[in-house]
Design a protein around this ligand. Structure first.
Ligand code: FES
Ligand SMILES: [Fe+2]
Length: 389
């Protein structure tokens, strides 16, 4: 197979950054009243802070005066963000409100002294930013599922040395769990599982439902072919959400929603928001989830970093996929298509399974499409696969 092409500066890696979407920027608790919080958003430095009313704001992290990071400064008592170099102060709209020492300044709000902003909103304990600067947002950020009363929540954060695409695939890739995480998540006696892939969210996501998985964790699993099975779904939602849901009857529901922030082409921040609804007290569930979750995460982070490094050594990605790789190509396809659509270049699928942007020739996006992951209308194709896991 040919490597997937990249529309971004990291040639050879599958990088697609659709901008007109909400991205998680930080947890609400990361933003205090004094210290600004620095992130990078798809390669651009951005600083977040709270004004004196507690509202979160996001500014491009570059002082218009002499280019230093505004995140080196602090939040002033009046709720503006004050640069650490000469003390210029900026409000949440990016307007310069004061230049210390300057007499009779009628021009503090001059356009050249303004900083570009990203729209923000807070939902479910996270601050979200709109991916495009100086733009009106639309829609709402992804909502975490409400599992009702007796729900416990655990959140882990981890910076991964990999593309957003690779992080999303890793979160939703079942075959590696029995191997890399053998004994922790899966492992033990394999049983026959049927996976059904379908489009969700009006074509803005894809889901794989797994049927026939025995109840259990790691090596402790019910006998294959038994009556009690887990209901299991893996889902991807544009632009950066992965979600894994397990249900056992009405007594257990676990939803792990992974919110990804693409820091840069090859660095991705992930928050794992694990919500569990069960009759078992939260005090018992939390430590089990925390210990296993961290070990699993450590294994994934290590493997993703090595994958990124190796792709770099070989000068680009190259993939061989089988029927078990149900998620990777649809994820890449949806991301790439969303990015293209913003530049007015819808991707066209060719009869031979390759694709091209309008009139620009093949761009290699079709690398994974020849085996029917996407139909000629550009929709993710439904598929059913039976395998052993
Ligand atoms: S560099 Fe920011 S105020 Fe001078
Ligand atoms: Fe994993």
């Amino acid at each position: 197979m040919t490597p997937r092409s990249s529309g971004q500066e990291e040639a050879g890696y599958s990088v697609a950054f659709p901008k007109r979407w909400w991205y998680p920027a930080c947890r609400s608790s990361d933003l205090g009243s004094l210290k600004p919080h620095a992130i990078t958003l798809m390669g651009t430095p951005v600083v977040l802070f709270r004004d004196r009313f507690g509202a979160a704001h996001a500014l491009v992290d570059r002082c218009p005066h002499r280019n230093v990071p505004l995140s080196l400064g602090r939040v002033h008592a009046d709720g503006t963000l004050q640069c650490g170099y000469h003390g210029w102060r900026f409000d949440g709209g990016g307007h310069c409100r004061a230049v210390p020492g300057l007499y009779e300044d009628d021009d503090a709000d001059a356009a050249a002294r303004c900083v570009a902003t990203h729209a923000t909103t807070e939902v479910d304990g996270f601050v979200w930013v709109w991916g495009e600067a100086a733009a009106e947002p639309s829609g709402r950020p992804f909502e975490l599922p409400d599992l009702g009363p007796r729900t416990s929540q655990t959140v882990f954060a981890c910076d991964l040395e990999c593309t957003l695409t690779a992080a999303l695939e890793n979160s939703l890739d079942v075959p590696h769990t029995a191997f890399l995480h053998g004994g922790l998540l899966r492992g033990g006696q394999p049983s026959e599982v049927t996976a059904v892939r379908r489009e969700v969210a009006g074509g803005r996501g894809v889901e794989v439902q797994y049927l026939g998985e025995p109840v259990g964790l790691g090596k402790w699993r019910a006998k294959p072919g038994g009556k009690v099975t887990l209901d299991h779904w893996d889902r991807f939602f544009l632009p950066s959400i992965a979600q894994i849901e397990y249900r056992a009857g009405t007594w257990l529901r676990i939803v792990n929603t992974i919110l990804h922030l693409p820091l840069s082409p090859l660095r991705t921040r992930a928050w794992f928001v694990l919500r569990t609804h069960s009759p078992v007290p939260a005090a018992v569930v939390r430590p089990i989830v925390a210990v296993r979750g961290r070990r699993v995460l450590g294994q994934d982070a290590g493997m993703l970093a090595r994958q990124t490094e190796q792709i770099g050594r070989f000068g680009g990605e190259q993939y061989a996929s089988t029927d078990l790789d149900l998620m990777a190509n649809p994820i890449w396809w949806l991301l790439r298509q969303a990015e293209r659509a913003e530049s007015g270049q819808p991707v066209v699928v060719e009869p031979n399974g390759t694709s091209r942007a309008n009139g620009s020739g093949s761009d290699g996006v079709g690398a994974g499409l020849a085996d029917g992951d996407v139909d000629f209308a550009g929709r993710v194709t439904p598929r059913t696969v039976t395998f052993r896991a």
